[in-house]
Design a protein around this ligand. Structure first.
Ligand code: RB5
Length: 146
């Protein structure tokens, strides 16, 4: 599993911390920008989202001020199931039940310690499958219908 990671200017410092964690865990990572300059978050959400959609099994991490803009934008891309992650329970269950393949976080809303813990949960929690398979398929079907 490769991680595609991106941020806007608000999320840049936090992205560097997350990348340190990924490096320490030996996880292959590709940085899709930005490099700290003022950046429109949909541009980065598109890059990460398209990469994750094109590589099933890979995952994405997106960081902006609140995580909300990134999640709204990433979810416009077919195949992306982006979740705004702000607590451990929701992060765990969006993997178990929704098979979320992109996590979004707010750099202005979460402390660094919590953010890194949430990344660990996102990385380490598998999709439960079973009864959730059909529901995730229904989400995919929506992408074809609308
Ligand atoms: C940038 O100021 C801010 O709007 C952005 O980082 C994000 O919070 C949007 O959802």
């Amino acid at each position: 599993m490769k991680i595609w990671i991106g941020c806007d200017h608000a999320g840049y410092d936090r992205k560097l911390e997350v990348m340190e964690l990924l490096k320490a865990r030996g996880i292959e990572t590709e940085d899709c920008g930005c490099d700290g300059q003022r950046t429109d978050y949909p541009v980065i959400a598109k890059k990460v989202g398209q990469a994750v959609a094109a590589h099933p099994g890979d995952r994405g991490i997106l960081i902006c001020g609140t995580g909300i803009g990134m999640s709204i934008a990433a979810n416009k891309i077919r195949g992306v199931r982006a979740a705004l992650c702000a607590d451990a329970f929701s992060t765990k269950y969006t993997r178990l039940h929704n098979d979320a393949n992109v996590m979004c976080m707010g750099a202005r809303t979460l402390g660094g310690g919590l953010a890194l813990e949430l990344v660990e949960v996102f990385l380490d929690t598998p999709f439960e499958g079973g009864r959730h398979e059909a529901r995730v398929q229904m989400i995919s079907d929506l992408e074809q219908e609308w």
